[in-house]
Design a binder for this molecule. Structure first.
Ligand code: GDP
Length: 204
């Protein structure tokens, strides 16, 4: 897929205010600093589309971008636990869970993981929550330029094995990317292109 246009549409903190267009939508989410803004800019080839590094105000919003006039890329806030009851039960921020539970146009979410890090509890629990709620997602490993090819292979295998030791019977689809080198860009855009085709066929 070639990116012909990438336009900021709106930011808001409530799924009910998201754009009403019936277009396929893809959400990008991960812990802060995982490289999400850099990846979005790399994918869309627009340097300043998503704001990189430390814009605290903007990070708590659901940000919609319209790509090629026919799909939405959604930049979601970094996730973390929110305490919801006296018993100290933890869940993820409500506007994030509401978004996933209510946004019917969502075709696939991309959960970003820094390829250098050991599996973190919050990421594993978030993916578990997605699975329990039947939200389709893929993993995007970021910052692959920081490791040599053999180490990339080892880290990815370790990560996937960790998922399979847990609740997963099947490994999720994953992509290996680097915003610095552009690794993974074409593969990811082609994947979205294929899903878009399916979306439009179904809605014909
Ligand atoms: P966000 O908080 O998830 O949006 O992360 P940013 O995109 O702001 O990136 C966080 C930090 O990681 C910044 O210092 C980026 O320059 C760096 N970074 C992001 N992606 C890459 C990458 O692919 N390779 C390298 N080497 N650094 C990256």
């Amino acid at each position: 897929m070639k990116i012909k246009s990438a336009d900021f549409v709106m930011s808001n903190s409530n799924v009910t205010n998201c754009p009403k267009d019936h277009l396929p939508e893809y959400a990008f989410i991960g812990r802060s600093n995982v490289g999400k803004s850099s990846l979005i800019n790399m994918l869309t080839q627009r340097k300043g589309l998503a704001k990189t590094s430390g814009r605290p105000g903007k990070t708590q919003l659901i940000n919609h971008f319209k790509i090629n006039e026919n799909w939405f890329l959604v930049d979601l806030p970094g996730y973390g636990y929110a305490r919801v009851s006296k018993k100290d039960k933890k869940t993820f921020q409500k506007y994030i869970t509401d978004y996933f539970l209510e946004r019917l146009q969502l075709v696939c979410a991309f959960v970003l993981i820094d390829i250098r890090h050991e599996p973190q509890k919050v990421d594993l629990e978030f993916m578990e929550w997605m699975g329990e709620n039947q939200i389709p997602f893929c993993i995007i490993f970021t910052k692959a330029d920081k490791l040599r090819p053999k180490a990339i292979e080892n880290h990815v295998n370790d990560y996937i094995n960790k998922l399979l030791e847990g609740i997963w019977e099947e490994a999720p689809i994953y992509f290996i990317t680097s915003s610095t080198s552009g690794i993974g860009q074409e593969e990811l855009l082609n994947y979205i292109d294929g899903l878009n085709e399916g979306f439009f066929k179904e809605t014909l």
